[in-house]
Design a protein around this ligand. Structure first.
Ligand SMILES: Cc1cc2nc3c(=O)[nH]c(=O)nc-3n(C[C@H](O)[C@H](O)[C@H](O)COP(=O)(O)O)c2cc1C
Length: 481
């Protein structure tokens, strides 16, 4: 059981997955190291003595690059494979559904994040390690794996989201919040009432809150609560002295301030789809009113880019679990597994495996998976496969697509679905609002035709039977692991 980022890092060390690096440059070198690592050795990286920053002001990347570290973060056994992880996350969320409040954030009176405080002209956000991650980025991003905490002014609902934040100067930062995000709706309510939106932001914390801040948790439920329900242990928070907003009690570096209705140039930024699709934006401004940090704070950072990148992995089991939960809640029976692939940056290539129970069953599953919120945001393709196909195995999935789908009848195209300006194939126009973007979806039904399935007319798969395989492997040690 890990209680903060520091104890979590020690557990990662004991798994043999931590590497410490000294003297790296914030100016694109940390980004290049992080990206190469995400595609190759997949260590968790702890950077210290970062050029130009005080010794001991550290930065972690590569936090959640495999199932072991996702499981560790959720207090689960690290031996779970990808699909077992998905099922466990889904089952835990489902079993807590009627009792989410039992896992509400737990307020504590003291937190080490208040070891150092600054307000007014003492604030200097530039002293914390903030990489320029890639060569064509437009600035230094302190906020990537951050947790942005806002309160709905009407209902009191506390939202936690991960939205990128670029440094402007000592006391201001730009924040990019896309169209369907919950914080955007809350901020709009404050602005419509002529008020700035109070905000608390943590830049270093236990990776648990990073995992849930960066996912489409259902509306109306706080990510603190949802994370606690899935981990089966409430998340501890401390009340922000200025805004009263909850700040992770394990935070290493946090601010309180206001999101104001002022727009500044932000970006470009190497985005999660793998392109500079969004270019330079005019983004809202965060004015920092107070900053708190632990002695020798550790910033949690990450960068995106061509997938697989530093945060594609953890969103695969998380998104798959959210989609599976919604499928079941929508009454879709027979779901055997769901997987969202890293090559589709966890959003654009989702595979649902079902045991077909009736004609049209695959269509129901495909359309719900495609249009529900965690499946719809930046989505592109959904593939529905039979229960003999492992949805996380691309060879299996492509084989099913090639051999079981008929392109003339087995692909549904849904035009004008939820879009994003970051999509490299959408058209931009100077007067186009962020809320106007749409794009189409393809749902591929790579399932055996139901009429052949029930008549036992679909050809037998060519492979040794389970019994023959087991007997053969027992006899031939060359085939054993
Ligand atoms: C590392 C990381 C960075 C992200 N950056 C952004 C961002 O800059 N802007 C944005 O709108 N969404 C970003 N997202 C996606 C949102 O965090 C995600 O859609 C989440 O569901 C938003 O919270 P909400 O559902 O409460 O709105 C990012 C996610 C991750 C994991």
């Amino acid at each position: 059981m890990t209680t903060d980022l520091r104890s979590w890092l020690e557990s990662v060390r004991s798994l043999g997955l931590l590497r410490e690096l000294r003297d790296a440059d914030w100016d694109v070198e940390i980004g290049a190291i992080t990206d190469i690592n995400a595609k190759k050795n997949k260590y968790t990286l702890l950077f210290d003595q970062i050029k130009g920053y005080p010794d001991g002001f550290r930065l972690v990347t590569g936090a959640l690059l495999d199932s072991k570290r996702v499981a560790l973060t959720l207090d689960l056994t690290p031996t779970l494979n990808d699909l077992e992880l998905v099922r466990t996350i889904k089952d835990r969320a489902k079993s807590a559904a009627g009792n989410m409040d039992g896992y509400s954030a737990k307020y504590v009176d003291h937190a080490p994040v208040f070891e150092n405080r600054a307000e007014g002209n003492k604030i200097n956000m530039l002293k914390f390690p903030a990489p320029k991650w890639f060569e064509y980025d437009g600035g230094r991003y302190l906020g990537t794996a951050d947790a942005i905490i806002t309160r709905d002014p009407e209902t009191g609902w506390i939202n936690v989201g991960a939205y990128r934040m670029m440094l402007q100067d000592e006391t201001t930062m730009s924040i990019l919040i896309e169209a369907p995000r919950h914080a955007r709706l809350m901020i709009r309510k404050y602005w419509d009432a002529g008020q700035p939106c109070p905000v608390a932001i943590s830049f270093g914390h236990h990776p648990l809150i990073h995992m849930f801040a960066g996912m489409e948790v259902p509306p109306g439920v706080s990510e603190f609560t949802y994370a606690g329900a899935v981990r089966k242990r409430s998340y501890e928070v401390v009340k922000g002295p200025m805004t009263g907003l909850p700040i992770p009690a394990d935070s290493e570096l946090a601010i309180e301030g206001y999101i104001v209705n002022e727009f500044r140039q932000e970006g470009p930024f190497g985005e999660f789809i793998g392109y500079y699709g969004g270019g330079t934006t005019q983004s809202a401004t965060v004015k920092v009113a107070a900053v708190y940090h632990r002695d020798k704070p550790i910033i949690l950072g990450t960068c995106s880019g061509r997938p697989p990148h530093d945060y594609t992995y953890f969103r695969c089991p998380m998104r798959a679990a959210l989609i599976w939960d919604i499928l079941e809640t929508a009454g879709i029976q027979g779901v055997q597994g769901v997987w969202c692939h890293e090559a589709g940056y966890s959003r654009a290539f989702t595979v649902v495996s079902i045991k077909q129970l009736f004609g049209g069953h695959a269509r129901m599953a495909g359309h719900v998976a495609c249009q529900c919120r965690p499946g719809a945001v930046s989505g592109r393709y959904v593939v529905v496969v039979d229960d003999d196909i492992d949805p996380s195995n691309l060879d299996d999935v492509v084989w099913a697509m090639c051999s079981r789908s008929d392109p003339a009848t087995g692909i549904d195209v849904i035009a004008e679905s939820l879009g994003t300006p970051l999509d490299p194939i959408v058209d931009h126009a100077p007067d186009k609002d962020i809320l106007e973007y749409t794009s189409s979806r393809g749902i591929i039904f790579a399932t055996k035709p139901y009429r052949k399935l029930i008549r036992n007319e679909f050809p037998r798969v060519v492979e040794a039977s389970k019994e023959l395989r087991e007997k053969t492997v027992r006899r031939w040690k060359e085939l054993q692991d």
